[in-house]
Design a protein around this ligand. Sequence first.
Ligand code: EZ4
Ligand code: CO
Length: 419
Amino acid sequence: MQEPERETTQQVASKQGARIVDARVIVTCPGRNFVTLKITTSDGVYGVGDGTLNGRELAVSAYLQEHVVPCLIGRDADRIEDTWQYLYRGAYWRRGPVTMAAIAAVDTALWDIKAKGANMPLYQLLGGRGRDGVTVYCHANGHDLGELCESVAQHVELGYKAVRVQCAVPGVADAYGVSHGDGPYEPADGSVPREEVWSTAKYLRFAPKMMETVRLRFGFDLALLHDGHHRMTPIEAASLGKSLEEFRLFWLEDATPAENQQAFRLIRQHTTTPLAVGEVFNSIFDCQQLISEQLIDYIRATVVHAGGITHMRRIASFADLYGVKTGSHGPTDVSPICMGAALHFDLSVPNFGIQEHMPHCAETDEVFPHAYRFKDGLMHPGESAGHGVDIDEKLAARFPYKRMYLPVARLEDGSMHNW
Ligand code: EZ4
Ligand code: CO
């Protein structure tokens, strides 16, 4: 039998795509800090990826600039999976938020380039539209229940079909998710970390009253979500889940920290309130047990923090085997680039659940011109080739980096707690 002929090096080379000729990190602060990677190919096509890690932005910027960019120059821009594996396996040091945000920035930029090369919106490359649009939830909050209900009403008026509700807790100095001044809520708000004081006991007494008030006013057709923001122990979370059951939440988010994935077994044994977790996850291994044991209902990993489109597809496919849906993180600290990429992912992935949407300020929207839009409770990534989000570099240069931190939380006796 004749051996199949091996291809010559020249034949393989002729199948190669355009080379990466330039990769640049852009840090800008149009209202808040963002890290962007811009990759340009020998064909003159460029793509952009988000690498923003709230409060730790320059760590990702340095990781990219010093350790990733030199390896990208000369690489075949078409080989997205190979580049992902090269940066993940090849670095020896795997996982972690800094590494995975850096990989995400490269991955997102390369998918942008590939989709532009194909002259298609990214969702077409990912298998095409799986739904008409992307259902998003917004944030309503208030310093008291009256203000909260007003905020919910305003968002319903805007067309949102799903609303996250957060409220100041009587007797607690600082609750998560409530704005400190008159402006919209922004998590990173201090040039040093602001210290908050927290009481879980007071919160647990108040939370059912909060949900009851909102249900009484808005009925049961509106999807309601709530974020516990890692403040409870597993048994406290179990008790909250039980006390909220009658209010039929869409989900209870981050009920307890999840480094120990088994912790969710205890919550699950006690309550049918749907559970969502994972906005701080950066790898499929962070949710392997949570998913395979069906301890959660929604996985909140997002493009920028979990290794880009490539790794998010892997997480979603794995979750689909166990009936777990996606529910990607989408606060202001993911840039419009991540938001755009996430919407293409959301539109195409079979087990999509919901997408968080926290609108960016006007300056951010100007620095990152984008094709996505919101209409009647749904978001649409738009039909531009690529992921549909760009960066105006000249404008970006007018907003230099400003050191900003998320707050930290202490219990009433001064103990450090989870923020
Ligand atoms: O606190 O993105 O669900 N959304 C959240 C966010 C996070 C910030 C942290 O960077 O919990 O507001
Ligand atoms: Co959250």
